[in-house]
Design a binder for this molecule. Structure first.
Ligand code: FE
Ligand code: FE
Length: 260
C-alpha cells in the first residue's frame, strides 16, 4: 500500500462532503461523559433483542453510514468484503470472524439513535481531546471542554490505567464489543472494540493510557485496519454464495442466539 493510496481514503479536509463535516460537528459536540454513561446504561443490560449473528448482519443491511466518505456498498457487503480480504491472506478463523462482525453494532441506527451516536471515529471522554482526532476544532462546542476535572493531563484517568477502564465515546465499537465479549479471543475483541479509535491505533495518541494488555493488542488492531479501509473499492461480494461458509464459522464461536 503506497502513501498515495493512503491519501485516497479518510480524507478529512475542506473538501470533505458537507454531510460528513456535519456528522463530526454533532459527534464532537454531543459525546460527553454524561451522554456516554447514559447510553451505557440504556444498552449494556442487553435486553433489547435476542438474535443470531447472521440475522444481525441481515438487519444491519438496512443501515447507511453517513460518516463514511468512501463507501457506496451496503453494510453486509462491507462486512463480507472485509472478512473475505482477511480470509484471502490466510489469517486465522477468529480474525476472519472479527472482520465479518466488526460493524454489527451499527444496528443501533435502527433503534432511533442518531448517526453521530453510532458511527464515525471514537475517542476517550473524561480527558483532554487529542488534536489527532478527526476535525478536532469541533470539540470547542463540547461542554466537557469547560470541565476542569476532565481537562487535567489525564482527566479522570491516570498514566497506564489501561483502555479497558477508559470511557470511549459511544458508538458501534463499544456496543458490539459488549455483546460479543464472552465468545471471542482477546485480539478479536480488541479489533471490534477499538477499530474506530484511529487517533490511538493510527496516530499514536493516548498511548500513555495503555497498559500491558493494550500494548499486546495494538498490533492486531493495526493489522485489521487496512482490511476495513482498503477493501472499499472492490467488487461487491456474492452474499448468497458466501453465506454457508460464514454460517459455519459463526457456529464455531457463537450459540444460535445471543443477547443484544
Ligand atoms: Fe466500524
Ligand atoms: Fe467497517
Amino acid at each position: 500500500m503506497t502513501s498515495q493510496d493512503d491519501r485516497l481514503y479518510r480524507n478529512y479536509t475542506e473538501t470533505t462532503p458537507q454531510h460528513v463535516r456535519d456528522f463530526y460537528s454533532d459527534n464532537h459536540r454531543f459525546q460527553t461523559v454524561e451522554f456516554v454513561n447514559a447510553q451505557r446504561e440504556k444498552y449494556l443490560n442487553h435486553s433489547h433483542a435476542q438474535m443470531g449473528i447472521w440475522e444481525a448482519l441481515e438487519l444491519l443491511n438496512t443501515v447507511i453510514d453517513e460518516s463514511d466518505p468512501d463507501t457506496e456498498l451496503s453494510q453486509i457487503q462491507h462486512c463480507l468484503q472485509t472478512s473475505e480480504a482477511i480470509r484471502a491472506k490466510g489469517y486465522p478463523r477468529w480474525f476472519i470472524l472479527a472482520g465479518l462482525i466488526h460493524d454489527l453494532g451499527k444496528i443501533l441506527c435502527l433503534r432511533n439513535e442518531s448517526q453521530w451516536a453510532v458511527t464515525g471515529d471514537t475517542f476517550p471522554v473524561g480527558c483532554p481531546f487529542s488534536d489527532k482526532i478527526v476535525f478536532p476544532e469541533f470539540f470547542e462546542a463540547n461542554p466537557d471542554l469547560k470541565n476542569p476535572k476532565y481537562q487535567s493531563e489525564f482527566g479522570i484517568y491516570h498514566a497506564g490505567i489501561g483502555l479497558n477502564k477508559v470511557i470511549m465515546s459511544w458508538g458501534h465499537d463499544e456496543y458490539c464489543y459488549q455483546v460479543v465479549k464472552n465468545y471471542l479471543p482477546d485480539p478479536a475483541l480488541a479489533i471490534i472494540r477499538y477499530h474506530s479509535f484511529y487517533a490511538w491505533h493510527q496516530d499514536n495518541a493516548y498511548h500513555t493510557l495503555m497498559d500491558d494488555h493494550d500494548r499486546k493488542m495494538l498490533p492486531s488492531v493495526q493489522a485489521f485496519q487496512p482490511f476495513d479501509l482498503y477493501t472499499k473499492h472492490d467488487l461487491p461480494p456474492n452474499v448468497e454464495q458466501l453465506q454457508p461458509f460464514y454460517e459455519k464459522l459463526i457456529a464455531e464461536f457463537f450459540p444460535a442466539q445471543i443477547d443484544w
